[in-house]
Write a protein that binds this ligand. Structure first.
Ligand code: HEM
Length: 166
């Protein structure tokens, strides 16, 4: 039997990877471009791509729960006996909070400052603050990517799973 939940789980993983990779690439362009209006254009593209991540996260959560039921049944005891799954759910929760709270806060604050810089109504130290936000946002992408890689590793690494030399 084919599990549709599993197929959609993998599609969701693809979506998360895409939104993270595209967001990070755009972030690098935002930081290296000198023109404030161009930065604003890139920011709006980045925001559209960022909107993929809540959809993908919800998909991962729903299909993940169905996966658990398919593979382990409905007994809550599974949560106390499958180590990789526990670790994965905890890291997923970190990723979710990070992505829902810290990323958007940093991004919103920086966009406001860049808007005022483009309109030439910014406070004196605005450019420096924009650079600091930029560094924090890059750290955010690094942490999210690291969490995603650890979650992937936990998911696929197990005895007899996906064997092969390469
Ligand atoms: C960013 C989040 C997630 C990623 C990247 C991810 C990735 C994956 C991948 C790649 C697999 C396939 C593993 C394999 O075939 O060996 C998998 C399987 C699985 N995932 Fe996730 N997952 C995520 C979130 C979740 C969540 C939140 C849950 C539970 C609530 C979950 C539960 C499961 C289960 C039970 C399986 C085993 C399914 C099976 O073997 O049929 N996942 N996940």
């Amino acid at each position: 039997m084919v599990s549709f939940a599993f197929i959609f789980h993998l599609l969701g993983f693809g979506l998360i990877t895409t939104s993270l990779a595209a967001g990070w690439i755009l972030e690098r362009r935002i930081r290296t471009t000198n023109d404030w209006n161009q930065k604003l254009l890139l920011l709006s593209a980045s925001r559209s791509i960022g909107l993929l991540s809540p959809i993908a996260s919800l998909l991962m959560l729903i299909t993940g729960i169905v996966n658990i039921i398919n593979v382990f049944g409905t007994s809550p005891r599974v949560l106390f006996s499958v180590g990789w799954l526990d670790a994965k759910i905890i890291l997923f929760a970190f990723m979710l909070v990070n992505g829902a709270v810290f990323g958007p806060i940093l991004s919103r604050k920086r966009t406001k400052l860049i808007q005022s810089l483009a309109a030439q109504s910014a406070p004196a130290d605005a450019e420096e603050t924009v650079n600091i936000y930029g560094k924090n946002i890059s750290t955010f992408y690094f942490v999210q990517s690291l969490l995603l890689l650890i979650i992937l590793f936990l998911s696929v690494w197990g005895t007899g799973k996906h064997v092969g030399m390469m």
